[in-house]
Write a protein that binds this ligand. Structure first.
Ligand code: ARG
Length: 486
């Protein structure tokens, strides 16, 4: 995250430091207040969106006759030059100009002269900043969707490869029933697919243009808001100026969706951490995703999932920061809203980094199939299959449950899995047990038997892999980043 002061300067040699709002003030701003109220240290990262919004605004002012074509051209080319300057790092951000908007406007006036002073006609920083944040967030959502899709595709590939791999499925973290490792991976895929749907939905409410709301009440100029929306790729135009300049619910919605994604990544992390431990040893993470210990030479730590699990708390914090920021604000814009940016940027950066790390790591996971299989054999994981077998022989399920419970207790006493008990011994629990019981007591038999939609049978896993691939390829076409430069 950009910290205040990191990329700002208190002085600039070629610019007179005249406040763009200084007219009604008798004395200069207190130096500390100036630094305290400034946002340029962190909102400078909105420069692309700010310039795009200004270019669209200027073009629209020319279209409706508020600017001449010549004035518009001077402003647009001045703004484009500033864009190049900023991208080259050749732009001094000045704290005295408070924020990204006034830094760019002041520099534009310096560059092109008095005509630059006409840019802010019919506009306020209130609708300007709301527009910038929406443009920024739309782009961020599109980039997040791309990383999310890469991670989901990686999960689907791994699930296909591991459809026949048996592992123990857990409830209460106790061995429950044998499952396909591919099925487990597709459970993760499903969580992340709902996350992607949520982002598509959030994006609809983000992609609405506030510009034209001016300070709070709209403006007396005959602005063509639909034209600005078209130039900037917005799907619609806000219907109430008070609401448009003040609410940040669209950002809060995004943060809730981001918090859910992090929650899912954190659950995945927890399992990856468990699985890489010596006690589980279900998977190996290649060295490039791990780090060592400065004191214990034997250690290889799963830092990436641990860190993602830890970073989840930051994003929850960002969500709560914005909810709390909004809750006491009267209509319309209040300076409180300047505090929306750091949590939003932090959440976007944290989420992007976490998704990138996961998308890179997923194809590199090395399953230890023997260990998974051995673990699935422990804990009488096919006990339910024996009960189901008895039900098929006409035993009521509750009685079957009781019979198998006794057989399990016997197996525990003598240290044998149900599949290792001789037929004669199994028959002491129920005469309905026949030779064919061993087919259902194997791990593969148990897994293959759950051959219904949503079940763990490898057939079903392969069918879900195919469905996921189809969904991913149609989604890829839907999330192309909207170009904002007109
Ligand atoms: N830096 C401000 C923000 O981030 C821009 C809007 C300021 N508007 C105002 N009326 N002071 O919200």
């Amino acid at each position: 995250m950009i910290r205040p002061d990191e990329h700002t300067t208190d002085q600039t040699p070629d610019l007179p430091l005249v406040k763009l709002w200084g007219g009604r003030f008798d004395e200069p701003t207190d130096a500390f207040v100036e630094a305290f109220t400034a946002s340029v240290g962190f909102d400078q990262r909105l420069f692309r969106e700010d310039i795009a919004g200004s270019i669209a605004h200027a073009k629209m002012l020319a279209k409706v006759g508020v600017l001449t074509l010549d004035e518009c051209e001077k402003i647009v080319s001045g703004l484009n030059t500033l864009l190049l300057d900023i991208e080259r790092g050749d732009f001094a951000w000045v704290v005295a100009y408070e924020d990204v908007h006034m830094n760019i406007e002041a520099r534009l006036i310096d560059r092109i002269g008095d005509v630059g002073k006409k840019l802010h006609t019919g506009r306020s920083r209130n609708d300007q900043v709301a527009t910038d944040v929406r443009l920024y967030l739309r782009g961020a959502i599109d980039r997040i969707q791309q990383e999310l899709a890469r991670l989901r595709a990686g999960l689907v590939d791994l699930a296909e490869r591991e459809a026949d791999t048996v592992m123990p499925g857990f409830t209460h973290l106790q061995v429950a029933q044998p499952i396909s490792f591919g099925h487990h991976l597709l459970a993760w895929y499903e969580m992340l697919s709902r996350d992607a749907e949520r982002l598509i939905d959030v994006r609809k409410r983000v992609n609405v243009l506030p510009l034209g709301s001016a300070a709070l009440a709209g403006t007396s100029y005959p602005l063509d808001r639909a034209y600005v929306a078209e130039l900037l790729g917005f799907d619609g135009v806000s219907r109430n100026s008070l609401d448009a300049v003040s609410d940040r619910d669209f950002a809060i919605e995004f943060l809730s969706a981001a918090a859910l994604i992090m929650m899912h990544l954190s659950r995945m992390s927890e399992e990856l951490v468990l699985w890489t431990s010596a006690q589980f040893s279900f998977i190996n993470l290649p060295d490039r995703f791990c780090t060592g210990s400065s004191i214990m030479p034997q250690k290889k730590n799963p830092d990436v999932p641990e860190l993602v699990r830890g970073k989840t708390g930051r994003v929850y914090g960002d969500l709560f920061a914005l909810l709390t920021l909004m809750k006491g604000q009267p209509l319309a814009y209040n300076k409180d809203n300047q505090e929306d940016k750091e949590p939003l940027f932090d959440a976007v950066d944290t989420l992007m980094g976490s998704l990138r790390a996961f998308a890179d790591m997923m194809p590199a996971i090395e399953p230890n199939r023997e260990r998974m299989r051995a673990a699935a054999k422990q804990g009488f994981s096919t006990a339910t299959d024996l009960a189901d077998y008895l039900v098929r022989q006409g035993v009521p399920f509750r009685d079957a449950h009781e019979i198998v419970g006794k057989a399990v207790r016997h197996g525990q006493t003598i240290g044998c899995d149900l599949s290792e008990l001789p037929l004669a011994e199994l028959q002491t629990f129920s005469a309905k047990i026949k030779e064919d019981v061993f087919a259902v007591l194997t791990l593969e038999g148990s897994m293959a038997a759950r051959d219904l939609l949503g079940g763990t049978a490898p057939n079903q896993v392969r069918a879900q892999v195919a469905a996921a691939r189809a969904a991913l390829s149609s989604a890829t076409h839907a999330h192309l980043t909207t170009e904002i430069f007109c």
